[in-house]
Design a protein around this ligand. Structure first.
Ligand code: ZN
Length: 247
């Protein structure tokens, strides 16, 4: 049977894994940008962007979140060992792409964080929403599963070419580490940013109190860090927040 032959999505897929929830992604990874649309747009959150890498993962190159790219490399190595003919036929239709989920104006696609990848077999894309999947994808889905990836064939609207790092796996990555959302950096906005600006102004800085972490806020955070002999990175992490009396 050819790898691209369409078969019904098998029963019992995705044991033990769920799609990554938006709240999990926003809380642990932060928002890649302020606004989203239908098409891919650049990542603007500098702190998040530092985690984006471009690397070959075996049969193709991807741009995505560092830990996801690392995991995908391991998955591809196992596919190569177990199903070399599928490995050879695999291609990518994209990983990082900051946009809404197709057909939604509220749900941010997990491609926005570069933790999801769309795969092609022999250059052809599986059609979304028909309840069928390419045979080759069904055969490698268990390999993704054992590395904590969710297969999009299990979405309400079947999306068999799509694999994403599962909610459980993302939370495991960050257990014990400070959440990126606890760190404020250029591009962030909201009441926490306003608190930083107020604290800085109380120390004699001259920020516009707009709750937006722009270039001005970053420059004055750096001046504050220099004065306090902290690492001068313009990012308000735990130490800088503590020095400001915020932690
Ligand atoms: Zn996708």
């Amino acid at each position: 049977m050819a790898l691209t032959t369409l078969v019904r999505v098998p029963d019992g897929i995705n044991p033990g894994v769920r799609p990554a929830r938006q709240a999990t992604m926003l809380q642990l990874l932060g928002s890649p940008r302020h606004t989203y649309g239908r098409d891919c747009q650049p990542v603007t959150n500098a702190n998040f962007k530092a985690h984006i890498v471009t690397r070959p993962v075996g049969p193709f190159r991807v741009t995505g979140f560092d830990k996801a790219v690392e995991s995908l490399t391991v998955v591809m190595t196992e596919i190569k060992a177990e199903r070399p003919e599928i490995h050879e036929a695999l291609g990518s239709a994209g990983m990082l792409c900051a946009r809404f989920v197709r057909g939604s104006e509220v749900s941010i696609s997990n491609h926005s964080w570069g933790t999801a990848v769309d795969l092609t077999l022999d250059g052809s894309l599986d059609q979304r929403g028909d309840g069928f999947c390419q045979q080759g994808l069904a055969e490698i889905a268990p390999i993704f599963n054992r590395h904590g990836w969710f297969w999009g064939a299990g979405f309400r609207t079947e999306d068999a070419m799509h694999f994403e790092v599962a909610d459980e796996t993302i939370r495991q990555w960050f257990s014990g580490e400070p959440a990126i959302a606890e760190i404020l950096s250029m591009g962030d906005r909201g009441p926490e940013v306003l608190s930083v600006q107020q604290k800085l102004n109380a120390l004699g800085f001259t920020l516009v109190l707009d709750g937006m972490f722009g270039r001005g806020t970053m420059a004055q955070v750096m001046a504050f860090q220099r004065a306090k002999a902290l690492t001068v990175d313009g990012v308000v992490g735990r130490k800088t927040a503590a020095a400001l009396g915020l932690a």
